[in-house]
Design a protein around this ligand. Structure first.
Ligand SMILES: [Zn+2]
Length: 172
């Protein structure tokens, strides 16, 4: 796979007409917004994109991305390194009405001019692929989850509606 950076600016409609496949990288150092939502990220986002039309004639950009980021584990609050992978499923729309008409399985790419900045687009797609709650894998977290599960069970017992019913019965 090519390791050259993706072009910063592309003309999506041209690439769709030519059915271009693009492979390349976006430097994580370029991704300011992403950096604000993770502890750290180094290296590149590896990206593969295919431009073309689907069976319904919609102009689509599909592909995948992959990057290593460090987020905060929401269990032990320590840093956790994550390999984030995501799919890209964009459909090009030329105006707002066309956006509404797109099938739900596409993310709309509203194109008001021929050129679009590709790097922020890839950054945005990566941010959508970040886990909402980052945690260490089972067994690697500093907080033993088996204890936490027990705590949850005990808390559930307290609010168990049947326990309340049993109390009512006893009062009779
Ligand atoms: Zn953890």
């Amino acid at each position: 796979m090519s390791v050259a950076p993706l072009p910063r600016v592309i003309e999506p409609l041209k690439l769709v007409e030519q059915r271009i496949d693009l492979e390349g990288t976006v430097a994580l150092s370029e991704c300011q917004r992403l950096q604000e939502s993770v502890i750290s990220c180094e290296g590149d986002i590896k990206v593969a994109l295919s431009f073309g039309k689907d069976e319904e004639g919609l102009r689509v950009i599909s592909g995948s991305l992959q990057a290593d980021v460090t987020m905060q584990c929401q269990r032990c609050l320590q840093p956790v390194s994550l390999a984030v992978a995501g799919n890209i499923n964009l459909a090009i729309a030329r105006h707002e009405d066309a956006v509404k008409a797109l099938p739900g399985y596409y993310d709309p790419l509203l194109l008001s001019e021929p050129e679009v900045e590709l790097w922020p687009l890839i950054e945005q797609e990566l941010m959508l692929s970040l886990p909402i709650v980052a945690t260490h894998p089972e067994g690697e977290c500093e907080i033993d989850t088996s204890y936490q599960d027990k705590d949850e069970e005990i808390q559930q017992d307290k609010t168990n509606p049947f326990a309340v019913l049993a109390e009512l019965k006893n009062q009779k």
